[in-house]
Design a binder for this molecule. Structure first.
Ligand code: GTP
Ligand code: SPV
Ligand code: MN
Length: 619
């Protein structure tokens, strides 16, 4: 066996734990070189040159998209692969019925050997990173070892990378160890293994997104969720947004929507209503602690966005469009002949790409082509600081105070535009029984409804029943618990178009929620909870194309009788580990459904959802 060279940078680390780990990995993976990344612009400049030379990066039009690159991933490696993602704790019950489990011993015999000589002929990059603001007591250090320079470039944008993390780490052994290799990119030899008991991740066979940027879903959600349970805080798949209303109050909310369901867009929306201002704090991950005064305080552990390109336009999300015009990495978008990125929806006026556009796989798009030019999960990577709506909250060490939590899904039917839970416990039930349709963010069929509790189905690193219990235990620790809401931007008419215009108009829903938080908006009680009163929701000046209040807010007792049954069936998979109070909440829902059925008026002539569309929405 060949020993990888010791490099001077490793000698200078002066952290024996890190040094030993690096040497151990180098011994197994046998890279040609080891580079400990400092995060400097010289360092990244060198890497970019190398990637442009070997085709990993394609430089985009330097005058229109300065210092920006396109990367095309392998066609079999374009999204998270949930079926190849494992929680490797000692006891299967601790992973729970919603996770794939592999014992640490099996991982050692099945997955570890794949790292043997995996980096031969390649450079091994050691990437120290900090999750959270540099002087936040809540920030955590991780180190990712990877043989992908594309991963390094992304981590540099997505995290506080390099020396800042090493300084924070000092001599401590307190860091998450992420080992990543591209391997041979074959899905047959692809594994993403999480070891919560040793705070370690092994990922091999993918260079894409959440599979490979281990700081993101692997560390900041799967491992952090376990630490959060043990230490009494919450690591959540949530955006963080501050909204200043015409009264001058700023209210911070955190929202959990599953992948591909609108977090990034809501976090940076431009409100359609005058007098409202939106401050973006986070677009994907939220760490919340019980802060002074018994309020949840949230930090965004990330420093950048890995956002979905498709559907992003000056009409839907101008802030994102302005953020990505320089220093951006685009993955699997198409590129026009003048070297600018292109994706479906980028220009609502021209749905077809310009002639000569090259698709995400590098093929010229012919005039008769019907398949999309950009991959539906094509992404941009950009620093959060480039987003025009970024707020000071991003760097606030103690985080921002959270007054409202929003759960939401992508549901063509049944779920109204918004409702409010009647208590914190009821809110936990609403989150626990969330259903959403699958999207292109993970491989597999899209548009399939599935239970995705708190948008954490693919990201909770332990038994979800224990996760529900943890949430339930946080409530009583809060003297100012957040109000909990559920939203659905994606309800459809009978003809299959979206009833609600969404995007900047979502401020109307935020307005109602904020006013509820401050005790000012009227509500109507339904079997789901409170919905806006008929005259208590601002539809002024909104072109809804015939859709009505009823279309948006109707709650059909027959449909919810079926939903309640499905909730119970889902909750039952957790067996005796499920907190009883969730079963009691389900029984209460069944009672409210029965009451609603008993008092239901005669069927209306025009059933909800029959109105025409609110506004042409793609997707
Ligand atoms: P991940 O980054 O995968 O976690 O997704 P996300 O939750 O950040 O979703 P994102 O904001 O990127 O939106 C996903 C898709 O939904 C995009 O194509 C958006 O254009 C679309 N979308 C977002 N918000 C709305 C909305 O209010 N209405 C409609 N109709 N579509 C929306
Ligand atoms: C998601 O799927 O929720 C993402 C993309 O944000 S990835 O980083 O690939 O997980
Ligand atoms: Mn996103």
């Amino acid at each position: 066996m060949r020993f990888a060279p010791r490099c001077d940078a490793v000698n200078q680390l002066q952290n024996q734990f890190l040094d030993q780990w690096i040497q151990a990995i180098a011994t197994i993976a046998t890279p040609d070189n080891i580079v400990v990344c400092d995060g400097s612009s010289e360092e990244i400049g060198g890497l970019e040159k190398k990637m442009v030379a070997d085709g990993t990066f394609i430089a985009l039009n330097g005058s229109r998209y300065p210092h920006s690159f396109l990367h095309r991933s392998h066609p079999s490696d374009v999204a998270r692969t949930e079926q190849l993602t494992f929680i490797c704790c000692e006891k299967k019950e601790d992973a729970g019925p919603t996770n794939n489990w592999m014992s640490p011993a099996e991982a050692k015999s099945r997955v570890w050997p794949l790292f043997s000589k995996a980096m031969a002929g390649r450079t091994m990059y050691v990437v120290p990173y900090l999750m959270g603001p540099a002087d936040s007591p809540y920030a955590r250090v991780g180190v990712e070892i990877t043989d992908s320079p594309y991963v390094v470039a992304n981590l540099r944008v997505m995290t506080r990378m390099g020396d800042v993390a090493l300084r924070r780490l000092g001599n401590s052994s307190n860091f998450v160890k992420g080992l990543h290799s591209l391997g041979d990119l074959s899905p047959e030899r692809r594994f993403i293994c999480h070891f919560p008991e040793t705070r370690t991740v092994w990922s091999i066979g993918s260079g894409y997104g959440g599979n490979a940027l281990l700081a993101k879903k692997c560390h900041a959600l799967r491992l952090a969720s376990v630490e959060a349970k043990d230490e009494g805080w919450l690591a959540e798949h949530m955006l963080i947004v501050g909204i200043t209303d015409p009264k001058g109050r700023t209210t911070y909310l955190a929202a959990a929507f599953p992948s591909g369901c609108g977090k990034t867009n809501l976090a940076m929306m431009i409100p359609s209503l005058p007098g409202y201002k939106v401050e973006t704090v986070g677009d994907d991950i939220c760490w919340m602690h019980v802060g002074e005064g018994g309020r949840l305080r949230a930090i965004n552990p990330e420093a950048g966005m890995f956002g979905i390109a498709v559907g992003t336009s000056m009409k839907t999300n101008p802030n994102a469009m302005r953020a990505v015009v320089n220093d951006a990495i685009f993955t699997n978008v198409a590129v026009t002949p003048d070297g600018t990125p292109w994706w479906e929806g980028i220009d609502p006026v021209h749905p077809r790409p310009p002639p000569g556009t090259i698709d995400w796989r590098g093929r010229v798009v012919g005039p008769d082509r019907t398949e999309p030019a950009a991959h539906p999960n094509a992404r941009y990577t950009v620093s959060m600081r480039q987003c025009p709506s970024v707020g000071a909250g991003l760097e606030q060490p103690s985080g921002v105070p959270i007054s409202g939590i929003i759960f939401g899904g992508r549901r063509a039917k049944r779920a109204p535009l918004v409702f409010e839970a009647t208590s914190f416990t009821h809110g936990v039930y609403v989150g626990a029984t969330m259903v959403s349709e699958t999207t292109a963010a993970a491989t597999g069929a899209t548009g399939v409804p599935r239970h995705d509790p708190m948008a954490m189905l693919p990201f909770c690193g332990y038994n979800m029943a224990d996760y529900f219990r943890h949430w339930l235990e946080i409530g009583p620790k809060l003297s100012h618990p957040p109000k909990i809401f559920h939203v659905n931007w994606f309800r459809q008419s009978k003809s299959g178009s979206f009833l609600w215009p969404g995007f900047g108009e979502n401020i109307r829903v935020m307005q109602w929620m904020i006013d509820r938080i401050h005790g000012e908006a009227d509500a109507r009680s339904t079997l789901l909870g409170h919905v806006p009163a008929r005259n208590g929701f601002n539809l002024d000046g909104l072109a809804m194309g015939g859709a009505s209040y009823d279309d948006l807010f109707d709650v059909d007792p027959d449909a919810w009788a079926e939903e309640a049954d499905a909730h119970l069936k889902f909750l039952r998979i957790f067996g005796s580990r499920l907190p009883d109070v969730l079963v009691e909440e389900q029984a209460a829902l069944v009672r409210r459904v029965a009451e609603a059925r008993a008092s239901a008026p005669a069927p209306k002539s025009s059933p909800p959802g029959s109105g025409s569309t609110a506004r042409a929405n793609s997707r």
